[in-house]
Ligand binder design. Structure first.
Ligand code: HEC
Length: 117
């Protein structure tokens, strides 16, 4: 009984259990392709994977429209690449991982079906 009480008390301290909730502000409400994902890809990826750049510096992989992005969602390469987990070429190429907020937004969008919304 004493242990149960102690543990209930500990888990009430949400800021200790989930420090990222209080230290990071990442707005993950209303993530859509058009309002969030395009901005992230344009900022971090499309200098190589854009309409005019992909054939020169993006390995022929275009990420500038929903239709061109979707196959890399379906085959898992886009998420694996940004997680830099060894299951796809780490992206952005020759760079550190994107910020956690941008990665989380993409994963949330993918988990909700990667809609063209
Ligand atoms: C500096 C140029 C550059 C940037 C920036 C870049 N890529 Fe790439 N990307 C490439 C090249 C080149 C390839 C072809 C495979 C390789 O060379 O690793 C590639 C391959 C890929 C692939 C295929 C993965 C595989 O295993 O073949 C995906 C998916 C991808 N990039 C996604 C992204 C995403 C998402 C971003 C932004 C977060 C990004 N890339 C940023 C150059 C880049």
């Amino acid at each position: 009984m004493g242990i149960v009480l102690f543990s209930a008390c500990y888990y009430d301290k949400k800021d200790l259990v989930y420090p990222q909730v209080t230290t990071t502000s990442c707005d993950t409400t209303n993530i859509t392709y058009s309002n969030s994902i395009t901005t992230i890809l344009n900022t971090n990826c499309n200098n190589c994977h854009g309409a005019t750049t992909a054939n020169l510096s993006g390995g022929g992989i275009f990420l500038h429209t929903y239709a061109t992005v979707k196959p890399y969602i379906t085959n898992g390469q886009l998420v694996n690449s940004i997680l830099q987990n060894g299951k796809a070429s780490p992206m952005p190429k020759n760079m550190a991982k994107m910020d956690v907020c941008s990665i989380n937004k993409i994963i949330l969008w993918v988990n909700k079906g990667a809609l063209n919304n």
